[in-house]
Design a protein around this ligand. Structure first.
Ligand code: GDD
Ligand code: MG
Length: 395
């Protein structure tokens, strides 16, 4: 791959945020120059072999999930965490069949589990981690909750890199690119604590019968603005470095997944920034040994602009508003959010909030204390919805 060098890197305490980098060629020829970095396919493959890709899914069209599954490079392990309906027709059963059939045909490693499996809830309870459980002992609804389940499965496989891709993607080729872009980010990284976040080149919409190649989503533009303000108001220099505040498509080193706390539902992605700013930004004090190690190494964030556009399901106004609220709530409750930024957030949320104060999102602490092997052993023996299809022997 040939990828632009970041023009600038914003250093905020121990957090290094690289400016957006464009993919120049997905498959390149080894021509290095001062403006672009060439990463060989061998290097990319070396990352893919240690990579798990998690697909959170809730009632998506089965054709879309099928396309996404088929697009993920073979060397990665695939983990599907579903919160789809189980009433007849049982959508989860269909998802499981698609996964099993694809495994039969390809021998790629694939795991699947249902978020509401009672034994999964019990495994969390047993591990002393009840932060994502409802009163009924089941895991709550929420994309972040599904992602945490997936991260534990990935850790049990001993993976070094963990990435996410949504199931409602209409362009399988873009999913393949996403995974390769993640791997390219990790090839460039100098810290074991790093994260790659994707920015869509375009998000096409139909406007008056024509495709319009939109650049910015409604929520992301606003989220980015406020995340940047958290930085600017502490450094005294305006910045626009953050362009991936809501990036659902992102990947982390497993070491970084152990460091982070997670915010519920769709607020998980902006909260990555808020958590890192609060904990490792300017003026932050490191508390634990793990934190100190990360602070010394630095936490590196890559933002990559995909070559492919992103076409996914439109989920309506209410969904967009709740995503906006979840995102800005994380900013509002950041330690770095000064009164000026708070008042701006309140103004922004005016119509959505109707004079209420922004609530604090549910925050789930790091998962590093959970013994992932023991956790998955429990699932293997008890959880009815859990299936693991191992990678077959290939000549
Ligand atoms: N396991 C699980 N549990 N998956 C879920 C749940 C849940 O409760 N809710 C949603 N999902 C799945 C969806 O089926 C989809 O595959 C993925 O999570 C993303 O959800 P969407 O509903 O499609 O969200 P979106 O497209 O509006 O937003 C996406 O992009 C944003 C930025 O562009 C998400 O990835 C956001 O998190 C992201 O900020
Ligand atoms: Mg979507």
């Amino acid at each position: 791959m040939l990828i632009e060098m970041p023009r600038h890197t914003e250093i905020f305490g121990s957090v290094k945020i690289h400016e957006l980098q464009r993919v120049l060629k997905i498959d390149s020829g080894g021509f290095e120059n001062p403006r672009a970095k060439d990463i060989s396919f061998e290097e990319i493959k070396n990352v893919l072999r240690h990579f798990a890709i998690i697909i959170p899914v809730k009632n998506e069209k089965i054709h879309l999930l099928d396309g996404v599954l088929r697009a993920i490079p073979f060397d990665c392990s695939v983990i599907v965490v579903s919160n789809s309906g189980r009433e007849t027709p049982d959508a989860y059963k269909m998802e499981q069949e698609v996964v099993k059939n694809l495994h039969d045909l390809t021998q790629q490693e694939m795991l699947i589990i249902h978020q509401k499996d009672p034994e999964l809830g019990f495994a969390f309870y047993d591990a002393g981690y009840d932060h994502l459980l409802d009163k009924d002992g089941l895991v709550r609804d929420g994309k972040a909750e599904g992602m945490i389940i997936g991260m534990l499965l990935a850790k049990s496989l001993g993976k070094d890199f963990i990435g996410f891709t949504d199931a409602d993607n209409y362009i399988p080729g873009s999913v393949r690119e996403d995974v390769i872009d993640y791997a390219a980010g990790f090839c460039m990284s100098e810290s074991p604590y790093s994260m790659v976040r994707l920015h869509w080149r375009y998000k096409p919409k139909v406007v008056e019968d024509k495709l319009y190649f939109k650049k910015w989503g409604r929520v992301s533009e606003t989220t980015n603005k406020y995340l940047n303000l958290l930085i600017s108001t502490h450094t005294g220099f305006e910045t626009r470095v953050v362009v991936t505040g809501n990036a659902g498509e992102h990947a982390l080193t497993t070491k970084l997944t152990d460091l982070l706390s997670y915010s519920t539902g769709y607020s998980i992605e902006p909260y990555h920034f808020v958590y890192l700013f609060d904990r490792f930004g300017v003026g932050a004090e490191t508390i634990t040994n793990t934190d100190a190690d990360a602070a010394n190494a630095g936490i590196e964030i890559f933002q990559i602009e995909t070559l492919n556009p992103h076409i996914h399901e439109e989920k309506g106004e209410e969904h967009v508003n709740s995503m906006m609220l979840g995102s800005l709530q994380t900013v509002y409750h950041s330690k770095l959010c000064i009164d000026y930024v708070k008042s701006k957030v309140l103004e922004e949320l005016g119509d959505i909030l109707e004079w209420e104060k922004p609530k604090e999102n549910i925050i789930m602490p790091p998962i590093r204390e959970i013994d992932a092997h023991k956790f998955v052993k429990m699932l293997e023996s008890n959880a009815e919805t859990f299936a693991r299809f191992e990678r077959g022997a290939i000549e």
